[in-house]
Design a protein around this ligand. Sequence first.
Ligand SMILES: Nc1nc2c(c(=O)[nH]1)N[C@H]1C(S)=C(S)[C@@H](COP(=O)(O)O)O[C@H]1N2
Ligand SMILES: [Mo]
Length: 421
Amino acid sequence: MKAWLQQLRKGYGKKLASLHRWNAWIVVILAVSGLILLGGFWREVLGAGRIWLKWLHIIVGLAMLVPVIYYLLLAGKHWKQLRDRPWQKVNTIIVLILLVGWFISGVLLWQFKAVGPRWSGQALWIHDLLTWVGLPYIIYHSITRTKWLKDTHRRAIPNKNQPNAVPEAESTGPQPFYTRRAFLRTAVGAGAALTLGPTFIRWAKNSIAYQSSNERYFENDANRMSPAPHPLPQSAPPIGGGAEGNFRVYTVTDIPSFTNTNWSFSIDGLVNKPMTLTWEQFLEIRRSVQVSDFYCVTGWSVFKNTWEGIPLTQLLKMAGVKPEAATIKFYSGDGVYTDAISLEQNQQMGDVLVAVMHDGKLIPSDLGGPVRLIVPQMYAYKSVKWLNRIELIAEDHIGYWEERGYDKDAWVPSLRKKSST
Ligand SMILES: Nc1nc2c(c(=O)[nH]1)N[C@H]1C(S)=C(S)[C@@H](COP(=O)(O)O)O[C@H]1N2
Ligand SMILES: [Mo]
């Protein structure tokens, strides 16, 4: 073991430098792929590419463990050399905390099915937090160190007692406490951090819509439907006590907006009474209220939503499903997104809802209003937003995200245990 460590430490200075370089590239790849995965804009552009990118992010993220472990093996020696450089020590610790934090939360996110929605929710929060704190820090770090690309000697730590250390010929002897160069670098770094930091945060807020309440969505409703439905007594105030957690607005298209004239709701295909309803007709159908949790496969959840709407089973009864029908296909008013469940799954679940209200208010356009599907026992990619057509078909239908690599099995495992018995 000792001999092996010694072997490992041969050419220590060079090794440390190349370790740093490798790690920097890994972080760049993870940052770019992670930000693209996060950005709503890329959802539409990438399609199936998103799944590949996610895999790249996971694999490179796992690979990050190699330089971290390698460094830890060399750390004892490095640490001794940093004796007189407390800030480099602090920097090293910060970077290690970031990398390990990203790694652990990333593994939990990757294994979201095994760890369950509460854990993956926490993991996502930590993963994001580290990103918003860590990325500006690392950007600052690399800007103030870009000199290093040219003057390698800035990186090497002079140490007379170490024959294997990088030659210190270029080391310019005792350095003035603060050189003009160092000052410039710090100024540039601080300037960059100051301009990038707030932009980062604003961008984060807008692009992932991670914020402290869902109120904003209600205020920005782009739909103009009238009349407004009267909430049932269980809806206002909501019997669930109000949703816990924040929706992230996910869409593969622009957010559509609807009025009474461009909105209608159809049930067709293998039914006895195909119908197309206006908003007024739709609101006349008896509604009911349910409280349920909402789980996205990417790790976030919104708990205790009070949804009011028409149970799918009730709509299907109205239309009269023909015996040849096997699949219920859902269409979004965005003209692109579709998904499906089997008639059997619908019967088994019994709580699929064509929802009109959330926590006593009309569902805002960002969150799929005026009418969206809610499939509480499956991951939310089944819960089609801007639902405006239900078609009964005999064959299978592969939904939008399933076609692009999402699991065909959308059951939330923790709920499955209860419902399958
Ligand atoms: N029409 C449409 N419905 C959709 C999506 C979409 O992109 N378009 N995304 C799905 C996914 S993956 C999730 S997690 C939820 C997100 O719902 P929210 O945007 O209201 O939070 O909607 C689902 N339904
Ligand atoms: Mo999702």
